[in-house]
Design a protein. Structure first.
Length: 579
């Protein structure tokens, strides 16, 4: 528990450091607030002068002069409030711009090792904090300290008026505290339910083809509707709780203003106050209680931002900022894996257990084994996405964690088992989302993957826009575009996870040609495969079984041993004569 608290404190300190960058702007807003709140006295003082001097003297000149002065002062106050809002909007934007990359990278790194909620909502949490800073709610912090001064001013008019104002203000503060206590849980549950419903809707949208083609539409709707109804119910409960306190606050404030006028009128009738005091006290009370009413009405936004700040502290603490890596020269395609043990995120059981092998430049390694044997786990570990729980992976003698993630990605080409493209052009996808794709490298990679003719046959060629699901591209076409992406920028190591699962004969030939080209260029290739055609160009073979290395060596030798072992098993079971 102490360690968790220390980690959270480290994350909070990082957020506080980002917030301190705008310290001078906060001071500017505070200075504007001083003059803005002082100018709030314009209305009460104007009423005092009108009721106690102008009406008594019946002087039109005095009324005109006072009105012109009041108009000028209100204009200055409006400009100050406008400036406060603009400054706070820029403070929020500055905080988000400062933390965007840090939170984005922390979210990705945390997602690689855990499925907790802080990794899923990091950017939304940052946006919630930014919205609060840019909203009028945060200005309440600068206005609330003036509430006691306004209450003191009312008391100076008459102690009875002060007692009413202080009592009403205290009651509103109590309502604010109760609002925080009773609305915290409903708002949290509503946010969780809404997020869960949103995730399910996105999952259904992504898998629309499967749902439509397999007649799952009604079942999917029923499943989503159940989650959505729960979200709506939680939202209604949170709205009821927050709305109750907001309505109570508004009603009480209006009653207090009327009560202030009534008490002021009574004091006027008793000769204990003037008409100007009666009106001025009502105006001052309204100004004193306005920040409290605004805070109660916008409390859900405050709670969301507060929860987001806590989540961000936790996220940044669990994914500390990476230290700058010393730049290493471009490595040779020499891969060495020693005692590699990998535990997938959210799991307690190792999927790979003390696996060791070595691949030299110009060699291709095929990794085979039954489903669940650890092939995909090995691929993710070799790309650096999943960190080893034990052992080490070295590229040209250097452990993978000695390379910065973006630098390591430049040296490794990866074709995952499930191909995912991104919204953008085909050229942008092949260029790994580079802001300015290198056209020559894009075309070269596409030709290596035998995807060039396919791409230029599209209406806009390399500039054809596709969606995350591939849009007009078939599964095989998506896989060839993804293969071109893996080959982009001349990587030294190519990792292919089930690369021919969607390829036709032409695509399989293109894949084998790409592997030949990589080997001829002194690069290394690793292929996780089920189909024999995928390991046709492999020199070495690694056999995995339940996360363990059961065989490793030259392909022909390993295959002969596997066939011999298989025949021995058939003989020992009495099935050797069966054909």
């Amino acid at each position: 528990m102490v360690t968790a608290y220390q980690n959270s404190a480290e994350g909070y300190a990082e957020l506080a450091a980002a917030r301190r960058q705008s310290r001078s702007l906060y001071w500017a807003v505070g200075l504007f607030s001083v003059f803005s709140n002082m100018l709030m006295l314009t209305g009460p003082l104007y009423m005092l002068q009108v009721y106690d001097r102008v009406l008594g003297s019946r002087s039109v000149e005095t009324l005109v002069a006072l009105s012109i002065l009041v108009a000028f002062l209100y204009g200055i106050m409006g400009l100050l409030d406008f400036a406060r809002g603009r400054v706070m909007a820029r403070v929020g934007a500055r905080l988000q711009a400062t933390l965007d990359r840090r939170v984005f990278e922390a979210m990705l790194r945390r997602s690689a090792v855990s499925n907790d909620s802080v990794a899923q909502t990091g950017l939304q949490d940052l946006e919630a904090v930014q919205r609060l800073i840019a909203s009028p709610v945060l200005l309440v912090i600068f206005d609330l300290p003036w509430t006691p001064f306004f209450l003191v001013g009312i008391t100076l008019f008459h102690p009875y008026l002060g007692m009413l104002a202080v009592g009403g203000g205290t009651l509103l503060v109590l309502i604010t505290v109760l609002n925080q206590i009773y609305s915290r849980k409903p708002v949290l549950q509503a946010n969780i339910s809404s997020h869960r419903a949103g995730l399910m809707a996105e999952e259904i949208r992504t898998e629309a083809e499967t749902i439509q083609s397999m007649g799952m539409r009604s079942a999917a709707f029923t499943r989503w509707k159940k989650t959505r109804d729960n979200s709506l119910a939680e939202t209604v409960v949170a709205s009821d709780v927050g709305g109750s306190f907001s309505s109570l606050t508004k009603t009480l404030r209006m009653f207090l203003q009327s009560a202030m006028l009534g008490l002021g009128a009574y004091l006027v009738l008793q000769g204990m106050a003037t008409g100007g005091v009666m009106i001025a006290s009502s105006i001052l009370l309204s100004r004193a209680l306005a920040p409290i009413e605004l805070l109660v009405g916008q409390w859900p936004q405050v709670q969301r931002a507060h929860k987001g700040w806590q989540h961000l502290s936790d996220l940044l603490a669990k994914a500390p900022e990476e230290t700058r890596k010393t730049a290493l020269p471009k490595p040779k395609a020499r891969l060495e894996v020693s005692g590699l043990t990998v535990v997938p995120p959210g799991d307690t059981r190792a999927k790979l257990k003390t696996v060791s092998f070595k691949v030299e430049p110009g060699q291709a390694l095929g990794v085979i084994g039954p489903s669940g044997s650890g092939k995909t786990t090995l691929a993710r570990a070799l790309t650096g996405f999943w960190r080893p729980a034990g052992g080490v992976v070295r590229l040209d003698g250097a452990a993978l964690d000695q390379y910065a993630p973006d630098v390591l990605g430049q040296h490794i080409g990866y074709l995952p088992q499930r191909v995912q493209l991104f919204d953008g052009t085909i050229a942008e996808n092949i260029a790994r989302l580079a802001p300015e794709p290198d056209s020559a490298k894009v075309v070269e990679a596409a030709k290596k993957a035998a995807a060039h003719d396919l791409i230029v046959s599209l209406p806009d060629g390399y500039d054809t826009r596709i969606t995350a699901g591939g849009g007009r591209l078939s599964g095989g076409q998506m896989q060839r575009v993804a293969l071109a992406r893996a080959l982009y920028d001349d990587p030294v190591l190519l990792i292919l996870d089930e690369p021919n699962s969607n390829l036709d004969n032409e695509g399989s030939l293109a894949l084998n040609n790409a592997i030949k080209g990589m080997k001829a260029a002194g690069k290394s290739v690793l292929i996780m495969a089920h189909r024999p055609s995928a390991i046709q160009e492999c020199d070495l073979l690694l056999v995995l079984d339940d996360g363990h290395r059961s065989a490793f060596g030259p392909k022909d030798q390993v295959l002969r041993e596997m066939v011999a072992n298989h025949q021995q098993l058939l003989k020992s079971s009495g099935m050797g004569g069966m054909r």
